[in-house]
Design a protein around this ligand. Structure first.
Ligand code: HEC
Ligand code: HEC
Length: 489
């Protein structure tokens, strides 16, 4: 079976010179030179050098030149690993996050003054994201291993990011104080909720009245790497994290709150007032506003970064990070016939665009036209935003309403005739990548693609879930403290 050759990504600029340029830019931006900073710079320099040497990834010959490149690649990965580990260790040391302190101190809710792992504290108390992917400049959209990363809305302070963490887990944000963001975006489930469609338990007749479960029409997407996106929701109807957060906060089917009640609740809590005053440098006369809440939530969401999987190690040059089966799966994924990477484009594994794939209807629901119900364009009928495949292992069931329960089912769907599962009578404009020859894959190939998808798991930057939140309300969504995981819902 012909599978498109893996493209070799070559930098157009002279690598070492470019690395040196990056170095001097980094050092200019850095006020202090720390050992950790030096390790990072070295990793950046070596990473750039191999990038420009065009390291082979598909089926490399064992030439001397290859062995040299391979040595440089391994060196780079080792240095990058040391940098990440040092960063992780320093950021999770007892002084880093209040919830890791002794219970007496954690009740004080001190906001962290340090940036999360992979962020660097810059002048002006702003955390700036650092990744090897920022050194690559391959054209986006071709599925190259060393693909450029879109920018992250950074510039948030450590205190704003940490405040957002408390807000995300605090049911105080919902009108009846029962629901937090984490209720549907659970850290242990890839920040999704493990359900085909999200469920809200609503009080009938006031806060203490009987409750009933309401099923939402769609599933909760993962929030990993959500900071890099420009289009939010399955139908792409919001265009910033702050705009998106208004939906769940004030939507009558979700947290059902209003900006005024939210501000009243937060201003009524001395602990939150103190935390907002610190995070937003408020004057004593200034009050907490709805906009600050949206900003802090966005700051926290931008910290949910997953770019350290085995796939990433392979992309950065560690040829042994993937097994042969996983590499075969990657090549199929990147091949022209199935075109997975045309939509699930590395390194985020989403092109952040609306696409018509013709997924089956969710059982018991009328046809969901996705973006088609917002736009007049007939071409967008049945279009949904391409979801990321990062941490896909954690977020079953799959698709906008959990139509498939396993990754094998998903790959079988793509391997079949285009439109085969679309609702009868709907003539959808299915994307042309899906209209190429079908079926393409043998059962063995399907297993290889699934094996590859499982290499995209990385939760090394999982934030610490607060044991308590300032409102004193129960923390929904789980408690994972010092390695112990115990989800309660
Ligand atoms: C009742 C469950 C529920 C709660 C509570 C909830 N969400 Fe969601 N979230 C969802 C569902 C369902 C969607 C997808 C809805 C759609 O596309 O129509 C979603 C979508 C999102 C998205 C878009 C992700 C993407 O890739 O497009 C973000 C970001 C998000 N939620 C953040 C939050 C934040 C922040 C909060 C708290 C303020 C929150 N959610 C509370 C269920 C929930
Ligand atoms: C034309 C663009 C396109 C192509 C090509 C494509 N996908 Fe998708 N993919 C999407 C969209 C859009 C969705 C969401 C569809 C929905 O929920 O209705 C999706 C959903 C998925 C999901 C479920 C994600 C989740 O969080 O629920 C997986 C897994 C997936 N695709 C894997 C693949 C694989 C593997 C291939 C190649 C065989 C592939 N995709 C090809 C656009 C595409």
């Amino acid at each position: 079976m012909p599978i498109a050759e893996v493209r070799r990504v070559r930098s157009t600029r002279a690598g070492v010179a470019r690395g040196a340029g990056v170095l001097s830019r980094l050092s200019l931006m850095n006020q202090r030179i720390t050992p950790l900073g030096l390790i990072r710079w070295a990793a950046a320099l070596v990473g750039t050098a191999i990038e420009s040497s065009g390291a082979p990834f598909a089926h490399p010959s064992r030439s001397r030149q290859f062995r040299i490149r391979r040595f440089v690649a391994e060196l780079s990965v080792t240095i990058a690993a040391i940098a990440t580990t040092t960063n992780l260790l320093s950021a999770s040391s007892p002084s880093a996050k209040p919830s890791l302190q002794s219970p007496a101190q954690s009740v004080d809710f001190q906001l962290s003054a340090r940036c999360p792992p992979s962020f660097e504290l810059m002048e002006g108390n702003a955390c700036q994201f650092r990744s090897l992917y920022q050194l690559y400049n391959s054209p986006p959209g071709f599925g190259g291993l060393r693909a450029a990363l879109p920018s992250l809305p950074d510039g948030f302070s450590p205190q704003q990011m940490d405040l957002g963490r408390y807000l995300f887990f605090d049911p105080l944000l919902s009108a009846d104080h029962h629901l937090s963001c984490a209720h549907c975006h659970r850290p242990s489930l890839g920040f999704a909720d493990g359900r085909a469609r999200s469920v809200v338990s609503k009080g009938v007749g006031g806060r203490t009245g009987p409750r009933r479960d309401v099923l939402l029409p769609r599933s909760a997407p993962s929030l990993w790497n959500v900071g890099f996106l420009r289009n939010f929701y399955w139908d792409g109807r919001a265009h910033s994290l702050a705009e998106q957060a208004k939906g769940p906060l004030c939507g009558s089917d979700e947290m059902n709150n209003s900006p005024r009640q939210l501000e009243r609740d937060l201003n009524g809590q001395p602990t939150y007032r103190r935390m907002f005053t610190e995070a937003f440098q408020l004057q004593p006369s200034e009050e907490v506003t709805y906009t600050m809440v949206l900003q802090a939530l966005s700051a926290f969401e931008a910290t949910l970064i997953s770019l350290n999987s085995r796939y990433d190690r392979y992309a950065h040059g560690d040829d042994d990070a993937l097994t042969e089966a996983e590499k075969r799966g990657l090549n199929i994924f990147r091949g022209i016939e199935l075109g997975c990477s045309q939509c699930h484009t590395p390194p985020l594994f989403t092109n952040d665009e609306l696409e018509v794939t013709g997924v089956p209807n969710a059982r018991g629901l009328p046809f969901d036209a996705g973006a088609g119900s917002l736009a007049a364009s007939r071409a967008l009928r049945g279009a949904f935003k391409t979801p990321t495949l990062r941490n896909i292992e954690r977020t079953a069931p799959y698709m906008h309403a959990g139509q498939f329960s396993s990754l094998t089912q998903v790959v079988r769907f793509y391997n079949d005739r285009p439109g085969h599962a679309a609702p009868v009578g709907e003539h959808l404009h299915i994307d042309w990548h899906m209209a190429l020859r079908r079926p393409v894959l043998s059962e063995l190939d399907i297993n290889d693609v699934v094996a590859f998808l499982l290499t995209l798991t990385d939760e090394s930057m999982l934030p610490t879930i607060p044991l308590r939140v300032p409102s004193g309300l129960p923390v929904i969504g789980g408690a994972r403290e010092n390695g112990a995981v115990s989800d309660t819902l």
